[in-house]
Design a protein around this ligand. Structure first.
Ligand SMILES: *Cc1c(COP(=O)(O)O)cnc(C)c1O
Length: 382
């Protein structure tokens, strides 16, 4: 059996190695390392794929969030609503810009921010909502966009984990993750669903004026060379990464398919299991399974992970602590017990290996190993 990894990038790249090598060689031959033609070509192709009118590449997904907030003119003291159960990057840039992250709890089934709780968190200082399409499925965008409209707020979709996921509105309109709000942001970190070979990110918007501003901010605040109208940052996607991403974008549908098939295998195995709850699908969104995350009950998660590791099966806990329990983001406003759903999820969740290259032998071995662990626990109890 092939060695089981959380993500198997070597096998993924082996299949398209010739094309990748040629794309990289082409950039080396041209020596157009900064803002080479591949960057613009990739941005256009990604716009075509996602349906976003404008795609502005940048250096990573964290920068994408920061640039989005700068472009919206958010100012010190403005409040930005963000789920407490997420990766730290989302809240980090809010804090770095002197904005106030206002945390909200998530839905216990979909793990995404709960619209009702978002509404309760809105104050006169709220300027934006940052839904995170966690683990690969869209947050409740219809309700979130209605709230944003009602309260005149921006929506920045953190799409780092959900590129290619599709959301269906009540009227039947379908839109891709990252293209529904004011701005969408994504990451091309190697292990993301569309990953490059280093760091990369992008910002999406359908608003032309905003697109110009985002472009300017990502490029030192200049629209004309040496004329700086805004304080900006230096955040570029390398040409080599863009060339790699152009090759990999062509595979994104097949990657999505492979992840969904692995998830379906796990689903069949864990459906109605006494100790595991399979990922609950939001009926309005497709799921692109950046992670396959089970909720555990009545078993010792740590012992399970150790048992799996002893069998050569890696697992991860995304995330062990909610943001309000992290020293950097705790504040007098939030105490343990404040966001019970997220706190419980942090104790319950376990993510199993999922990647584009998994075969049935590996999937079966992982499932059987989990079952073996459960059987051994029952024996111990009796
Ligand atoms: C990965 C990730 C980011 C950050 O992306 P980087 O490219 O690593 O900066 C932001 N938000 C979420 C939800 C992520 O998973």
């Amino acid at each position: 059996m092939k060695k089981i990894q959380m993500v198997d990038l070597v096998s993924q790249h082996d299949k398209i190695r010739k094309e990748l090598d040629a794309a990289i060689a082409q950039v080396i031959n041209s020596a157009a390392f900064i803002n080479g033609p591949e960057v613009k070509a990739f941005a256009e192709e990604l716009a075509g794929y996602t349906g976003a009118k404008f795609v502005i590449p940048c250096a990573n997904g964290t920068d994408a969030l920061q640039i989005a907030m700068m472009a919206l003119g958010l100012k010190q003291g403005d409040e930005v609503i963000v789920p407490t159960f997420t990766y730290v990057a989302t809240a980090e840039v809010i804090a770095l810009l002197g904005l106030t992250p206002v945390l909200v709890d998530v839905n216990p089934q979909t793990f995404c921010a709960e619209p009702e709780l978002i509404e309760k968190a809105i104050t006169t200082r709220t300027r934006a909502i940052v839904p995170v399409h966690l683990f690969g499925q869209c947050a409740d965008m219809e309700q979130i966009l209605l709230l944003a409209k009602k309260h005149n707020l921006f929506v920045i979709e953190d799409t780092a984990q959900a590129i290619g996921a599709e959301y269906t509105f009540a009227d039947g309109t379908k839109k891709q993750a990252g293209t529904m709000g004011t701005i969408g942001t994504t990451s091309f970190f190697p292990s993301k669903n569309l990953g490059c070979m280093g760091d990369g990110g992008a910002v999406f918007t359908n608003d032309e004026a905003l697109a110009q501003k985002i472009k300017m901010i990502a490029n030192h605040g200049q629209s004309v060379q040496y004329i700086h109208d805004e304080v900006g940052v230096n955040s570029r996607l390398d040409t080599i990464q863009a060339a790699i991403l152009r090759v990999k974008l062509k595979q994104l549908d097949s990657y999505k398919n492979a992840r969904q098939q692995a998830a379906a295998y796990y689903d069949r195995y864990f459906l109605n299991h006494p100790h595991f709850q399979i990922p609950v699908r939001n009926p309005k969104s497709t799921h692109v399974f950046h992670q396959y995350t089970l909720k555990t009950t009545g078993i010792d998660r740590k012992a399970l992970r150790e048992f799996l590791a002893s069998k050569g099966v890696p697992s991860m806990v995304y995330y062990p602590y909610p943001l309000h329990m992290q020293k950097a983001y705790s504040s007098d406003r939030y105490k343990a017990g404040h966001f019970p759903v997220s706190e419980l999820l942090c104790e319950q969740v376990i993510s199993l290996p999922i990647s584009t290259e998994m075969d049935e032998e590996q999937l079966e071995f992982i499932c059987r190993s989990v079952t073996e662990f459960c059987a051994s626990q029952t024996k111990n109890v009796n």
